[in-house]
Design a protein around this ligand. Structure first.
Ligand code: NAI
Ligand code: MG
Length: 492
């Protein structure tokens, strides 16, 4: 009897009340046209596609599909706008960028809800990470607009012209900010395409851009799937392509523009190594592992999807990690308690499920907590694999979902070699109390971003980008200005 009382007590005290964010303050149109030359215009072919809520498969809005003629219109508008935009003072350009930043802040709540509805990420993340960081990026680059001669002393930086920007679905508004803000600060004009499953915050941004009073045609936002993206890439009057997305499409783009004078930056996939040494603060490290792989359902190019734990603490870390996974809440993205939201699309869910099957078939030992998931929608329980080695596909290939592959190591040299044994080189994490170990590893790991005693931390001031198949070029910081300028100086 007493045991029963105790059980009931725990059941009752650990159940969270639902805490959904309200949607009655957001404004979403039924149908979105293309934002070209400062206004929303119908697509020439009059074709529209649906964007859905991945947590319940409900249609949210229909969105225009841009075809060749539409892309051409957008590029022409950007070209025309470039003539004057590139000549106005940096201070004047900065004024508009600051305005966009402030307008995002003003509408932050609305942006957060739309981001979670359209893409499936937990509201806590869109509210506390995606949207504030997007505003920060505009603030940060607004500050550079009139200081380019200080950024590049004696080099006379000038803009490239019209830039085509293609972004993915994992951080929709944030990726739009990463792309648009530095391009505008340096005096370029933009044709941007958001991903087909998450176009709504970019279209909301188009409304804000209009409201900011920035001259027509400086920013054009057009929607569509890969075909529209390819039309941007291949348009002859574009000077630069900036792309974030899969390595396959990155390779396609590189081939497509070979032999042209188009400049290119690619931010592609990753398979980040997260390394836990025996002297690390173990409880913090466990939180770090959770954040590294389960943040945004694992749809993160710099996710710590390969965990390396020093052998002496492996049992302890893995047990604590399993315990922690039991407490993760998978479900309604709009609920403030939710840790893991909906998988962005059915296609991505299939990819993840396929990898879980591959991992099991290759002999990996799978662990999934006993958590409940809603009946309708795209869901994946957080998953880890033990008993895997470097040659396993789930250790080598990007899964882009909440799936972690765990290995152990004994020595520093061993873990460096294992961590670098990857076609990717985007991110890594090191957990140790020793500063000297951190410096040693940051020198030797082939990754563009290395976090120490933390993971997945972003700041507009820090450059971000990869090595090897993770791409090239940097976004963020002073480095992020460089891919948008050319130098007219003796030193070139
Ligand atoms: P994707 O690379 O096809 O999509 C990213 C963007 O590229 C979207 O806007 C899409 O419309 C556009 N696109 C697609 N084909 C194009 C083409 N031929 N030319 C120009 N633009 C094109 O990514 P997808 O298929 O949605 O995801 C597949 C895998 O890619 C994921 O499982 C993940 O491993 C990886 N990925 C990595 C991302 C990152 O942040 N590095 C983001 C998204 C996906
Ligand atoms: Mg959607």
């Amino acid at each position: 009897m007493q045991k029963k009382v105790k059980e009931d007590f725990f059941k009752a005290s650990w159940k969270y009340e639902e805490a959904p964010e309200s949607t009655n303050h957001i404004q979403i149109k039924k149908q979105y046209d293309l934002f070209i030359d400062g206004q929303f215009v119908k697509p020439v072919g009059n074709k529209y596609f649906d964007t859905i809520d991945p947590s319940n498969h409900r249609k949210i809005a229909s969105v225009a599909e841009a075809e060749s003629e539409d892309v051409d219109k957008a590029v022409k508008a950007a070209r025309k706008a470039f003539r004057s935009w590139s000549k106005i003072s940096g201070k004047e350009r900065g004024k508009y960028i600051y305005r966009i930043a402030r307008l995002i802040q003003e509408k932050a709540r609305e942006f957060s809800v739309i981001e979670s509805l359209d893409g499936g990420k937990p509201i806590r993340e869109s509210r506390d990470i995606d949207i504030p960081l997007a505003a920060n990026h505009f603030f940060y680059y607004a500050g550079w607009a009139d200081k380019l001669t200080y950024a590049f002393p004696n080099r006379n930086p000038t803009p490239l012209g019209v830039v085509g920007q293609i972004i993915p679905w994992n951080f929709p508004l944030l990726m739009a900010a990463w792309k648009i803000a530095p391009a505008l600060a340096t005096g370029n004009t933009v044709v941007l395409k958001p991903a087909e499953t998450t176009p709504l915050t970019a279209l909301k941004l188009a409304e804000i851009i209009h409201e900011s009073g920035i001259p027509n045609g400086v920013v054009n936002i057009i929607t569509g799937a890969g075909k529209t993206g390819a039309l941007i890439v291949n348009h002859p009057d574009i000077n630069k392509i900036a792309f974030t997305g899969s390595t396959n499409v990155g390779k396609y783009i590189q081939k497509a523009i070979a032999g042209t004078s188009k400049k290119l930056t690619l931010e592609l996939g990753g398979k980040g190594a997260n390394i836990i040494f025996e002297d690390a603060a173990i409880d913090q490290a466990v939180e770090g592992i959770v954040n590294a792989i389960f943040f945004n359902q694992g749809h993160v190019c710099c996710a710590g999807s390969r965990l390396f734990v020093q052998e002496s603490v492996a049992d302890l870390v893995i047990q604590k990690l399993k315990n922690r996974m039991e407490t993760l809440i998978v479900g309604n993205p709009l609920d403030k308690n939710t840790d893991i939201g909906a998988i962005n699309s059915k296609k991505q869910l299939e990819t993840i499920k396929n990898y879980i099957e591959i991992g099991t078939n290759e002999g990996g030992e799978i662990y999934q907590p006993k958590c409940s998931i809603p009946k309708k929608g795209n869901w994946c329980v957080p998953t880890l694999f033990l008993n895997v080695s470097q040659s396993h596909r789930i250790v080598q290939e990007e899964i882009f979902g909440p799936v972690l592959a765990i290995q152990t190591f004994r020595t520093i040299d061993e873990v460096i070699e294992k961590a670098n044994n990857s076609p990717y080189g985007l991110s890594a994490g090191v957990w140790t109390q020793k500063g000297s170990k951190i410096f040693n590893l940051t020198q030797k790991l082939n990754a563009g971003v290395i976090w120490a005693n933390t993971f997945n931390k972003f700041d507009p001031v820090s450059p971000f980008g990869g090595y090897k198949e993770s791409g090239f070029g940097r976004e963020g910081g002073l480095h992020g200005l460089k891919p948008y300028v050319k130098f007219e100086s003796y030193f070139n």
